[in-house]
Design a protein around this ligand. Structure first.
Ligand code: FAD
Length: 469
């Protein structure tokens, strides 16, 4: 397609179009190295008008497009297919901060700002943008919205979807929808922005967004608490909320095998508690007031939980560095797992009240079939979201186990579905879970999804082969 590539060079400048394998390499595979694709070119527009012209040119040539942000997605959504027919549209040059309105508590940014950059701009204005992910230095706000990212503060502030007031989107035919409204109330028909949030680039390209800001956080308290079992963890959350209300901003569970991976692979990692409890929860309270006596409040709540048998031991951070060390145990889990080797990963959610039943029944079913299965379970239990990763200790057994992924997924996902849960709580569908989506969505849901996709992209050019097969 030399004509199209010349046209793209004319739109964005030759320096911003890559079409050799070496120049495109970083954009052709995903963060986990699970997918590798091919593309006609990688194009990096620098403004919405350029994105619109790129999309119009690709649409005229009937060439598919793959939007790409920081390429940290975990489902292969930003990786082009192997057929090499698509153009990757990278938003990495779209980095302008368009507006900040502290009276309205909004920040308008372009899609290529990294999440860390957005957090820093909010912070400099004395505000908080609460989305927080371990990938925040690389992932971009357009990608965060397109995956409806979650992370560790969903409990208090919601998912990415809850943090957006307006969007600007380039539609599949190159028209621009300017929906950058900073309104908290707007009941004028369908709320179109929500179609594009979580759509993984299959309906259009997000070029800018109006984000909600919150009061900056000035007090924190952090604790690592041993719990006897997941049921106690769920009750402990209820107890904490009754005592501390909205100040509970994070509540993460870590199973013993997960913690052991961090202790084994991450230099300097130390178990905060003696007696190796089977489960622990990482709790954070936070408040906008600088003098909120949060450590005392957390200590009191944990003491009540101990009296009720919901907790057996606890460490409350006495300094910022201790708090960071506790958070480090949670944040290094993905890295520790990567070092340990391949596992079968699940990112599932069920109603919070059903987490204990999920863990009990999934564990029993898996151990019956593979008695030595290692279950690395951790995550956002306060949101009903678990990362549930499975492997077997010996390399040869594990290779065999990985080959049985479909069977393992059936056990885990069927159970999740029967408990009213979701097979993808926060990472999305991408290429990874397309077949699973077909299995678990009802025919009515699938029909509505296909209708929306066809209405917004009748030629099927926006990120084909992702989300819906
Ligand atoms: P990409 O990977 O580039 O793209 C993701 C999807 O969005 C693709 O389908 C792509 O086509 C589409 N897309 C990207 N930009 C646009 C755009 N501007 N318009 C339209 N479509 C677009 N996720 C969580 O939810 N919670 C976590 O706690 C979390 N932790 C993580 C920790 C690590 C170490 C890593 C590597 C990843 C983690 N993730 C997490 C996953 C990932 O970081 C998020 O999904 C993130 O939101 C993806 O942003 P990105 O810019 O990298 O998007």
């Amino acid at each position: 397609m030399p004509d199209l590539i010349d046209t793209l060079r004319g739109i964005v400048g030759a320096a911003h179009v890559a079409d050799t394998e070496a120049d495109m390499a970083a954009c052709l595979s995903d963060w986990r190295g699970r997918y590798r694709g091919n593309a006609l070119a990688v194009v990096r527009p620098g403004a919405t008008s350029e994105v619109a012209a790129v999309v119009a040119a690709c649409a005229a040539a009937r060439v598919p497009m793959v939007p790409q942000g920081g390429n940290t997605g975990l489902c292969g959504g930003a990786t082009p297919l192997v057929d090499g027919r698509a153009v990757v549209v990278s938003l990495a040059r779209m980095k302008r901060i368009r507006a900040i309105d502290t009276d309205n508590d909004t920040l308008t940014v372009e899609a290529g700002c990294t999440l860390a950059e957005v957090q820093a701009v909010a912070d400099a204005a004395g505000r908080l943008f609460p989305l927080a992910l371990a990938s925040e230095g690389s992932c971009m706000i357009g990608g965060n919205l397109s995956t409806n990212a979650g992370g560790v503060q969903v409990l208090r502030y919601g998912n990415a979807r809850d943090l957006v007031l307006g969007l600007e989107v380039v539609l599949a035919d190159g028209r621009v929808w300017s929906g950058l409204r900073g309104l908290r109330k707007d009941n004028t028909g369908y709320d179109l922005k929500h179609l594009f949030i979580g759509a993984e680039g299959t309906l259009g390209i997000i070029t800018a967004a109006v984000l909600k800001l919150f009061p900056a956080i000035r007090s924190h308290a952090t604790a690592w608490v041993a719990v006897p079992d997941p049921q106690a963890a769920v009750r402990l959350l209820g107890c904490l909320r009754a005592e501390c209300g909205e100040r509970v901003s994070a509540f993460e569970i870590v199973g013993r095998p997960a913690l052991e991976l961090v202790l084994r692979h991450i230099p300097g990692a130390r178990d905060p508690l003696e007696d190796a409890p089977p489960w622990a929860v990482l709790i954070e309270l936070s408040d906008a007031a600088s003098d909120a006596a949060l450590s005392g409040q957390l200590e009191q709540a944990v003491a009540i939980a101990c009296e009720q048998g919901l907790a057996t031991d606890a460490v409350i951070a006495a300094s910022l560095s201790q708090a960071q060390a506790l958070w480090g145990l949670r944040e290094h889990l993905s890295e520790a797992q990567r070092i340990e080797g391949v596992s079968i990963k699940h990112d599932v959610s069920v109603p919070v009240s059903r987490i204990p039943e999920f863990l009990e029944r999934a564990g029993a079913a898996l151990c019956e079939r593979w008695p030595d299965v290692r279950i690395v379970a951790f995550g956002h239990i306060g949101d009903g979201n678990l990362h549930y990763n499975l492997s077997r200790p010996l390399a040869a057994d594990n290779a065999q186990f990985i080959a049985e992924t479909a069977r393992v997924n059936r056990i885990v996902h069927d159970l999740v579905h029967s408990l009213g849960g979701s097979i993808s709580a926060e990472h999305g569908i991408g290429q990874l879970k397309r077949a699973e989506l077909l299995r678990y969505k009802s025919s009515v849901e699938l029909e509505m999804m296909r209708s929306v996709r066809h209405a917004l992209d009748p030629l099927g050019l926006m990120n084909p082969g992702k989300v819906l097969p």
